[in-house]
Design a protein around this ligand. Structure first.
Ligand SMILES: Nc1ncnc2c1ncn2[C@@H]1O[C@H](COP(=O)(O)OP(=O)(O)OP(=O)(O)O)[C@@H](O)[C@H]1O
Length: 323
């Protein structure tokens, strides 16, 4: 049995047709069953676009223009996710891959009770489930995410931000998916609530064994919760490795800069230094390394874009390795 539940190869997404902006450029990764893959990068680097592409939630003007996404359930044949349509696609979402978005308020309907929002997932995907069984499943889901069952009758605005995010996690868990894609799920929450939710996600993952693609700009948070990490810049993965490798020995100058930009949740206190400059405008990429204008090590070879070799896309690193 393959240990890989999701395999993404050379995925490419453009916005617009005439002068397209390439927001995701040839991204590839394998996600093992039960593993947490963290994807880090600054605002606008294409993280959300990648998440939407994997879950088939892209909307125009975004277009998938290349690559493949393959899902393999335990003991099952691989499924070409990009080829799914209609009922097959609807059945696939939630049941196999679920998504948790940054803003719980945007994914919850403000005029519908928690009970009805959870029950709607079952109505759509398990329409034969009797009412009583649905009620029990909704209660169990709230138990799982640590919310009192009495809150089933609440409307989203009656819950705190942390509770609302727990409800969206409960919804994602409803059909016991194999993969949950989480896009900045804790960014809008204060640090203490953020910590509680991360612990909760970890506990639920231990319990159910789903794999997680966890997306955030906060690299230090990802280092804590991820087995493996991918650092994204200008639509591409520029460094990949285990969290340990990246924490102990970051190679790419951008990864090094990101690590200095966030306070470590553990370890020594160090002065924070941001990365000078701003991320590139994806509509104006020149063909060279997109990080070169901000890079302290930029030199002549950076006028061409480096390939991702042995987990890092950087001419300066390549030169040191081969020197
Ligand atoms: N609706 C749109 N139309 C045109 N271009 C878009 C659109 N949405 C995003 N883009 C382009 O795609 C790029 C990637 O956006 P995306 O939202 O995926 O980045 P992100 O890393 O998730 O950022 P954030 O953390 O701010 O959400 C943007 O920099 C922008 O150039």
């Amino acid at each position: 049995m393959s240990d890989v539940v999701l395999s993404v190869k050379d995925l490419t997404v453009d916005y617009g047709r005439h002068t397209p902006v390439r927001a995701v450029r040839q991204v590839s990764f394998d996600l093992a069953r039960g593993e947490v893959l963290g994807i880090a990068g600054e605002s606008g680097c294409g993280k959300s676009t990648l998440a939407y592409a994997i879950t088939r939630l892209l909307r125009p003007p975004a277009r998938l223009t290349g690559g493949s996404v393959t899902f393999t359930g335990p003991g099952e044949d691989p499924v070409d996710v990009l080829g799914l349509a209609g009922d097959a696609l609807r059945a696939f979402r939630w049941r196999r891959i679920a998504m948790v978005f940054q803003s719980a308020m945007n994914s919850l309907n403000p005029v519908v009770t928690v009970r009805k929002q959870l029950a709607d997932v079952f109505a759509a995907h398990e329409p034969d489930l009797p009412r009583k069984a649905v009620e029990e499943r909704c209660e169990e889901l709230l138990d799982l995410v640590g919310i009192d069952r009495a809150r089933l009758s609440a409307y989203p605005h009656e819950l705190s931000g942390g509770m609302r995010q727990r409800v969206t996690i409960a919804m994602a868990l409803a059909l016991r998916p194999d993969v949950i894609v989480m896009d900045e799920p804790t960014t809008a929450l204060d640090v203490v609530v953020q910590r509680d939710i991360l612990d909760e996600i970890d506990r639920l993952r231990e319990l159910f064994g789903f794999a997680v693609v966890f997306i955030t700009h906060d690299l230090s948070l990802l280092l804590e919760i991820s087995d493996r990490l991918a650092v994204m810049y200008a639509g591409r993965f520029v460094e990949t490795g285990t969290s340990r490798e990246i924490l102990d020995n970051p190679h790419h100058p951008y990864t090094q800069g990101l690590l200095r930009s966030f306070p470590s949740l553990r370890g020594d206190r160090e002065a924070l230094r941001g990365i000078p400059g701003t991320p590139p405008d994806l509509a104006r990429l020149t063909g060279g390394c997109p990080f070169a204008p901000r890079c302290p090590h930029a030199f002549e070879p950076c006028s061409t874009e480096p390939a991702l070799l042995d987990g890092v896309a950087c001419h300066f690193v390549d030169e040191r390795v081969t020197a």
